[in-house]
Every structure is written in structure tokens, then in C-alpha cells.
Design a protein around this ligand. Structure first.
Ligand SMILES: Cc1cc2nc3c(=O)[nH]c(=O)nc-3n(C[C@H](O)[C@H](O)[C@H](O)COP(=O)(O)O)c2cc1C
Ligand SMILES: C=C(O[C@@H]1CC(C(=O)O)=C[C@@H](OP(=O)(O)O)[C@H]1O)C(=O)O
Length: 388
């Protein structure tokens, strides 16, 4: 499976093409739209999210509720485009009009300056339109197709907020996947502990009041993945490496951890590794899951527990100093609108990005053109490793 996205933040639409989904898999538009609605929620979002009502239209690859095996294309319209028609339209504009609208002031922490240097864009709108996390709507649409596939293989996934600006959700080790999914679907901040939700919201409100922004940590939990998905044989097939690369590719993500993560560096081996045990009913399993469900580049059969670190949003109402690329003079960046914290939305993005990579690894390991055959292969494999 693979996907590609296209679209500018204030252009007409975002487009996603997903390829490699087996045929005869039930897939409905509402499977995708539920995910898109979740991505738009969350305390700390700016005015843009009040304008958009993200919905994906399936324009190919599905007929009468079943996948065809051909590329699935998904279109999400940008409602904000109507306010940007003359700025974002394809028609050429007169030079002086264009000049007045040029974005020449790069924001520290965003892609503006590096993108301008790389592509030779003296108008940095040509950079910010595509570097915007609006693109994550298209990625969530692709991930929702993958989540639908995983669900029908009895593999379930939930993403939620773990930490905002140093305020951490309490221990959640006893929560079931159903609890985690309910939390990630219902709550506007989506933490695992309601006692810390309000302080997190207060921190977001305070940052907004101060003209500042804050980041945090999102966590993704995957249950039902059989042991042995991924590979120890080739570096580029290691599941942890693949997931980490994909999480790091989300806008503003600056770190990834599995299980204990960086904490493992400060502990002894006996406090880190998960002892192996066996029962007739379950086969091999671990009593602990400190490594977060991954060993040797492969799943262990225990839940995957993945954390992603999101830096604070770079666009600030409180100006940071930068240089105007036309005048070369210093200025204090001022802006019209921005999110002050997008960790809740980013937890939904991370969930979908991880879902896609897992679905991709599974379909590579069990290559079947028809979904019922994939289902059977996974179930046979589950039985095989249970009896191993
Ligand atoms: C869901 C989401 C919403 C975001 N909203 C904003 C925003 O409103 N303003 C902003 O400057 N950056 C926002 N960002 C972050 C930027 O897109 C990101 O920092 C930028 O693309 C530069 O990439 P980098 O931070 O990975 O280096 C958002 C990120 C995500 C995941
Ligand atoms: C549009 C989305 O997020 C945007 C991501 C973003 C950025 O710079 O990354 C900047 C903001 O865009 P605008 O300048 O239009 O307000 C966010 O709203 C979205 O998540 O759908």
C-alpha cells in the first residue's frame, strides 16, 4: 500500500490517492469522515477550524461499498478557498497586485525560509501553502482507509493526548483498548485522565492569552497485532524504524518513543526487557510490556505503545524576531490567525499515520489481491504462532 497527497492549504481541495488496498473490502465514506471530524476537534485550535467542515468524497476505487482493488481517490474541499480565490486561483495576476501580496517575512520554526531558499520562491506563500498542516487532513483520510482494513483484521488503534506543556496524564496501564478509543473519540482535549484535562485546557488558554503557543506528547496504542510483523532481516523493513520515520514526518513532531522510550537509557536490563511466558490458550506472551510491543524490528504480539513529541506551534501572536527577505531588515513577525496548541488534533493524525504504516507492513507480508484472502491468511498465521 502507498499513498500520495496533493493540495494547498487555501487552494480548492486536498486530494489523496491510496493504492494497494485489496479488493472486496467493505469501505464507506462515513468510515473516513468520522476520522476527519475527530482531527478538527480539540482545545487550542484557531479560527480556521470554524470555517472548515472536513468531509471526504470517494471519487474512485470503491463501488457499492466495496473496494475494487484499483486506486482509491479521496477529495476534501477547502471551504476557506472562497475567501482566497483571487490569491490562490490559477489565473495570472498583474505584477503590482502580486507584489503587494507577497509574503516576505519568514516565521521562525516554520518552513518559510528554508522552503524559499530551496525552491527560489521570493513569495513565501508558495511555501507556506503546502507546508501547512492542512495536509494532515489528507493523511488522515488515507489512514482512515488503513484503519478500516485493520479493524476488519481485528487490529484496533487509538490516539490521545498524553501530555501538554509538562502536564502529564496519570498512569493508564489498566485501560482497555475500548476505553482508549472512547476517550480519543469523545473528549475535546482527549486525555486519559479527566483530572488533568482542565489544567491542560487552562495552560492552552493561558498560552493563547500570552500570544504564545505550547506543544506536548501524543500517544498511540495498537492492540491485536500478531507477533512477527515487520522484519529483523533488512533495516528498511524494521517496523519500529518505519513507524518512527512516519511519526517524525508529521508537522511539528520532533521525537518518537516506544514503551519506556528514553527512560530505558537510565535503567538496567532487568528493568527494561519483558520476560517471555506461555499458555495453551494464548501461546507466547509477556507479563510486562516495557518495550512497547516491539523487539528486533518486529511486533511481539503485545500492544504497541508509541509516543510522539510535538513542539509548540511556530506562528506566534507574540512576535519573534526575523528578517524580511526583501528589505533584509529585522522585524517582529505579526500574524492574523493560528492554532495555539494542536496536540489533540495531532494525536488523531499520529493514530492515522501509524495505522497506515502497519496496514502497509501487513499487506507486504501477506500479499493478497483480495481482502477475504488476506483475512484468512492473518487468521491462519495467528493460529500457527499460537501453536508454535
Ligand atoms: C494539526 C496541526 C496543526 C498545526 N497548526 C499550526 C498553526 O496553526 N500554525 C503554525 O504555525 N503551525 C501549525 N502547525 C505546525 C506546522 O505545520 C509545522 O511546525 C511546520 O510545518 C514546520 O514543520 P516542522 O515543525 O516539522 O519543522 C500545526 C501542526 C499540526 C500537526
Ligand atoms: C488548516 C489546518 O491547520 C492549519 C495549519 C497551519 C500550519 O501552518 O501548519 C496553519 C493554520 O492555517 P491558517 O493559516 O489557514 O489558519 C492552521 O489552521 C488544518 O489542520 O486543517
Amino acid at each position: 500500500m502507498r499513498y500520495m497527497t496533493a493540495g494547498e492549504s487555501h487552494g480548492k481541495q486536498m486530494t489523496t490517492i491510496v493504492e494497494g488496498v485489496p479488493s472486496n473490502m467493505p469501505l464507506l465514506q462515513e468510515d473516513i469522515n468520522g476520522s476527519l471530524v475527530r482531527r478538527q476537534k480539540g482545545h487550542g485550535r484557531g479560527k480556521r477550524m470554524q470555517i472548515e467542515k472536513d468531509m471526504a468524497e470517494i471519487t474512485s476505487g470503491v463501488r457499492h461499498g466495496y473496494t475494487l482493488g484499483s486506486p482509491i481517490s479521496l477529495v476534501i474541499h477547502n471551504d476557506d478557498f472562497r475567501h482566497w480565490v483571487d490569491i490562490m486561483g490559477e489565473d495570472p495576476v498583474e505584477d503590482d497586485k502580486q507584489l503587494r501580496r507577497k509574503v516576505s517575512r519568514p516565521r521562525p520554526g516554520h518552513a518559510d525560509l528554508n522552503g524559499a531558499l530551496k525552491y527560489g520562491h521570493r513569495d513565501m506563500r508558495n511555501v507556506l501553502e503546502r507546508s501547512s498542516a492542512r495536509e494532515t487532513a489528507a493523511r488522515v483520510a488515507a489512514g482512515a482507509v488503513a484503519k478500516t482494513l485493520l479493524k476488519q483484521l481485528d487490529i484496533h488503534i487509538a490516539g490521545y493526548v498524553k501530555e501538554i506543556a509538562g502536564i502529564t496524564a496519570e498512569d493508564d496501564s489498566s485501560l482497555t483498548i475500548a476505553d482508549r478509543q472512547r476517550i480519543s473519540e469523545d473528549s475535546p482535549v482527549r486525555t486519559l485522565d479527566e483530572n488533568v484535562e482542565q489544567p491542560m485546557k487552562d495552560a492552552i488558554d493561558q498560552a493563547k492569552k500570552d500570544g504564545d503557543s505550547i506543544g506536548g506528547v501524543a500517544e498511540v496504542y495498537v492492540e491485536g497485532l500478531p507477533a512477527g510483523i515487520g522484519s529483523y532481516v533488512h533495516y528498511d523493513r524494521k517496523l519500529d524504524g518505519r513507524i518512527a520515520g512516519n511519526v517524525m514526518s508529521i508537522n511539528a513532531f520532533k521525537g518518537v518513543e516506544f514503551g519506556l522510550g528514553f527512560e530505558a537509557a537510565r535503567k538496567h536490563g532487568s528493568q527494561v526487557h519483558d520476560e517471555i511466558t506461555w499458555s495453551e490458550e494464548a501461546g507466547y506472551y509477556r507479563k510486562t510490556n516495557r518495550l512497547g510491543g516491539l523487539e528486533g524490528g518486529m511486533s511481539t504480539g503485545m500492544p504497541l505503545i508509541i509516543k510522539g513529541v510535538m513542539k509548540p506551534i511556530p506562528t506566534l501572536y507574540k512576535p519573534l524576531q526575523s528578517i524580511d527577505i526583501e528589505t533584509k531588515e529585522a522585524f517582529n513577525a505579526s500574524i492574523e490567525r493560528s492554532d495555539s496548541c494542536a496536540v489533540p488534533a495531532a494525536s488523531v493524525v499520529m493514530e492515522h499515520v501509524v495505522a497506515f504504516e502497519i496496514a502497509k507492513a501487513i499487506t507486504e507480508q501477506f500479499p493478497h489481491d483480495q481482502f477475504p484472502k488476506l483475512q484468512k491468511a492473518i487468521n491462519d498465521y495467528r493460529e500457527e504462532i499460537r501453536c508454535f
